[in-house]
Design a protein around this ligand. Structure first.
Ligand SMILES: NCc1[nH]cc(CCC(=O)O)c1CC(=O)O
Length: 322
């Protein structure tokens, strides 16, 4: 088979506006290295996108990536762009697939948005019993940890439709929300600017892989692998490796609130924070480990996992129905 740029790179992605924007970003980055690159974007509306109920009932959020991975395995596409945070951490990657590159990580924080004209400016402002929209068990646990009096209500759909629900422009089963939590990176990529309260790392530790775009291909397609590797960001790759090894070792399920965030200090040393919560965030394990020897990030991830398990993470995870 011809190499690039003669060959056309077929890229699979979800069909949401965010996923399509992210894929455009990836193509722009690839063209910095391969200006003549021909691409074909293959948008896939996954079962998870069509289903508006609780994802856990359908098999968890892994469904966002599974259909696209199957297409990649079959050769219907040559590469896939995934949000790493949507890639399941409790099962290995599908046979024959690898992540050839991780794009540089942007702001990983979550932001609490309020309905237009509500006058709220922070988490502390919200009145007792206020309603927050989010489907993420990790966000729910951490909101309730800070404000046990609040109520967290599930919301699904693309970011644009979620914002309409927040602003009362779209029906929401009689619920009148006071806030909604989204990733800063997703809003920025969509060019959506609205005031909100950016949650600190102590209030809201991000999910493993937050903000990172992973570029996946078949192991037996070295031409694509070599192309994708050109946009790999080694620092992000090390951080994601540490976070994901921690996640694998915890063997969570789709209802387990787990957070993990690895950063690189100025001298190149990695630090990794990990937390495992119960559903209400009232019980949790919490670790921070440093890679003093600047060694293998996987070892750092394994250490964080071991320490979380020592603190009782297994019981916390198993204590949640799934
Ligand atoms: N769960 C959907 C999803 N997957 C990735 C992002 C945002 C970008 C990222 O963190 O990778 C979002 C939206 C959100 O959580 O607000």
């Amino acid at each position: 088979m011809a190499d690039f740029p003669e060959r056309t790179l077929r890229i699979g992605t979800r069909s949401s506006p965010l996923a399509l924007t992210q894929t455009d970003m990836v193509i722009a980055a690839l063209r910095q290295h391969e200006p003549e690159l021909q691409t074909e974007v293959v948008p896939v509306t996954t079962e998870a996108d069509k289903w508006q109920g609780d994802l856990a009932q359908l098999g968890g959020k892994g469904l966002y990536v599974r259909e696209i991975d199957t297409m990649l395995q079959r050769g219907d596409i040559d590469a896939a762009v995934h949000c790493v945070k949507d890639v399941p951490g409790d099962v290995p990657l599908p046979r024959g697939l690898i992540f050839a590159a991780y794009m540089e990580r942007p702001d990983v924080r979550d932001v609490l948005l309020f309905p237009e004209g509500s006058g709220y400016t922070s988490l502390a402002d919200l009145p007792p019993g206020a309603i927050i929209l989010s489907s993420a068990v990790r966000r729910k646990a951490q909101v309730l940890r800070a404000r046990p009096d609040l109520k967290v209500v599930r919301v699904r759909g693309a970011i644009g439709s979620r914002l309409e629900k927040l602003d009362g422009k779209r029906k929401l089963d009689g619920v009148k929300p006071d806030g909604m939590i989204l990733a800063v990176a997703g809003l920025a990529r969509l060019g959506i600017e609205r005031p909100g309260y950016v949650l600190s790392m102590d209030e809201m530790l991000p999910p493993v892989g937050a903000g990172v775009l992973g570029l996946e291909c078949r192991q037996d397609d070295p031409a694509v692998g070599a192309l994708l590797e050109k946009v790999n960001h080694p620092k992000t790759q090390r951080e994601v490796t540490a976070e994901r090894v921690m996640l694998h070792g915890l063997r969570g399920h789709c209802n387990s609130p787990i957070a993990g965030y690895c950063t690189t200090e100025g001298d190149g040393q990695l630090s990794l924070r990990g937390m495992v919560f119960d559903r209400e965030g009232s019980k949790f394990a919490n670790v921070m480990v440093w890679d003093e020897h600047q060694g293998d990030p996987a070892v750092l991830g394994a250490r964080a996992c071991a320490e979380l398990l020592r603190q009782g993470a297994r019981d916390i995870i198993e204590g949640i129905p799934h």
